[in-house]
Structures are given as structure tokens and as C-alpha cells.
Design a protein around this ligand. Sequence first.
Ligand SMILES: Cc1ncc(COP(=O)(O)O)c(C=O)c1O
Length: 386
Amino acid sequence: MKYYHPLLLTPGPTPVPEQILHATQSPMVGHRSSDFEAIAEEAFRALKPIFGAQNDVMILTSSGTSSLEASMLNLANPDDEIVVIVSGAFGNRFKQIAETYYNNVHIFEVEWGKAVNVPDFIDFLKSLNTNITAVYSQYCETSTAVLHPVSELGHALKAYDDTIYFVVDGVSCIGAVDVDLQRDAIDVLISGSQKAIMLPPGLAFVAYNDRAKQRFSEVTTPRFYLDLNKYLKSQSENSTPFTPNVSLFRGVNAYAKLVEEEGFNNVVARHYAIRDSLREALKALELDLLVKDEHASPTVTAFTPKTKDELNFIKNELKNRFAITIAGGQGHLKGEILRIGHMGQISPFDILQVVSALEILLTEFRNESYVGKAITKYMEVVKAYV
Ligand SMILES: Cc1ncc(COP(=O)(O)O)c(C=O)c1O
């Protein structure tokens, strides 16, 4: 059977809604023109509620990693001590960036698939017995599908030492979670365009509070393209320091309109509904979930097939026969887990497609009927939300 509509269920990039695609294809305008100023002004403001930020959100024309790097180079001086929580591949990314530029990097390792234990982390900070400038953590660790308790972490950190900057990488969940810089004690919150914000790849976002903004101007670490002070100065003139991706800026505005139509609270609730329903469906398929319920991300779900052969069969057959793309594991979880992304413009019924395809594939592979088992569980949970 031919499937005419491929379904992209990786944890980024995500399907791009038609309205956004359309906006990105409008005729080009000069980036030093009043036309672009109007687009940029709207985009900087439009992202504030999504990030729970008081200040306009900075937009960089570069991938998400640039915002991870910028959040270090603009907060930490060369001799400062910084702490990175590593709970997966993207914690490792933070670590690699930190070790590229800094000598005093302290790593707090968290077992992959688990969330950071906040009291243990504070004990770790105490044991370092030194002045820490900044702490870096993922919000959703995409490689394991864990959502860390960032608000609890932020508050515990500030209670321990309120001079420490708390930086959160929200690349794979901003747009799908309720976050607020002030309420959650976050100083800098970064993200990228190609995940729950459902744009094509190519933009990075930096939200910050006033304290962080002040710090950006004081730090002496060398940086050029990623000097956030340049972006702040340009932003005050509704502009950017370097040629921006004008098309994607338009996409940001189209995204904001879609969120306004649906209501941001409803967008968040939809992601949680899908998470909860999918988890029940996977359990009905006797697929083990990597993450415990209380730390499961609303944007991506990781599960462990019974064998490597089963894993390969699921991933390949979903793609070849059903035109559904899901993701494998990263780092030492490669070949161990599969991940289904469910963020952006994904409806509960889109996910029903992958659930029913899994029923068919596992019925074949295990020679035991799963038909109707997982979709029943899925519908029982999802019906409470739709
Ligand atoms: C949590 C997280 N941080 C950082 C990145 C890196 O973003 P990019 O690939 O856009 O540079 C990703 C990408 O998947 C991510 O999921």
C-alpha cells in the first residue's frame, strides 16, 4: 500500500505547518529596510509569551547549538568556574562547548534516562567549595526524552547562592511547556526553530532577564558572531547585527499567529495529552518506556524494543512501509532505544497512525496479535482531552 503523506515524527525537525511554509515563501525584502524592521519587531515580541520572558527574545540566524555556545561566552569569563549537568547527548554538547573555552568546568553526571535529583545536585555544588558563575542544564534532554524539573532546580540553586546564573537549554521543548523565567528562577533560556516552534531549522533564540543582560555587557570572553551585546543593540532598532534569515523571521510571526488561534495553554495541553496517551499505548505493546511518568517529556517519548532485531524492524518498516520517520538512540543508547517525537503541529490523530502501524508490525514480528490493543489504550486516555 502506498502512503502519500509521510509523517515526520523525529524530535526535530518537525512538520512545518502550511501557514508557516507559506509565510517563509513570501518575496524577499531588504534586511536593512523598514519592511524588515516591521517583521523583526513583531518576531522579537511574539516569542515573549512562549519563553515566559519579560524582555524581547533575541533571534540568531544559526542552529540551536549557537545559543548554547552564546550562553557560555556571554556569561562566563575565561577563569570562571561553571557547572554542567550532563544527562544525555545534549548535556554532552554543553560539556564539549564548555571544555573548548574554559578550564574550570565541573560536570554533574546524571544517569541517562533519569532526571536530575535536585538535593543531590545542590550537595554536589556545596562539595565543590568554590564560587560558581553559572549552571547549565537541559530542560528536555532530547536524547533520553527526560524533562528535568527546572523550576525546582532554579529555586534550589538561587536558595543556595543567588548570584549563580541558571541557564536552561529548552531547544526541544520550548513551545510545548509552561515556562516563565521569573517564576522558574531561570536567567537565560535558549531554544531553536525546528522543534516545538515548528519552523524549518536555522534560527536560535535567547531569552534573558535583566541581570543576565547586564552580565552580557561585562563579560570579557572573546566572541564575535555570538556577542549577544550586538544582538541587543540591533534589537533596540528592530534589526539584527548580521544578515538575518528573513524568511524564517516571517515564519516566527506566522507561528505566533497559529499559537494565538489555538491558545498557548491549549497547545501545551495537547502535547501532554499526546504524551500520556502514547505512553499507555506503548505499554499495551509491551514496549518498555525509558523514562518514569513524572519526568516524561511532552515532546518526545523513548522506548526500548525487546531485541535489537525488533528495534531495527520497527524503525525500518515504519519508514519503508508506512512512510513514518521516528528516531533511534544517541550515544550509548544508539541501537538500544527508539524515540517518537510529538511536538509542533501534531494532532492526537497523527500519533494514532504510528500506534496502529506499531500494532501491525509487532503482530508480525512477534507472531502474536496486538491489533486494536494499543489504539484502545491510546483512545481511552486521549478522549479525556479532545
Ligand atoms: C536539547 C537540544 N539542545 C541542543 C540541540 C542542538 O540544536 P541544533 O542541532 O539546532 O544545533 C538539540 C538538537 O536536537 C537539542 O535537542
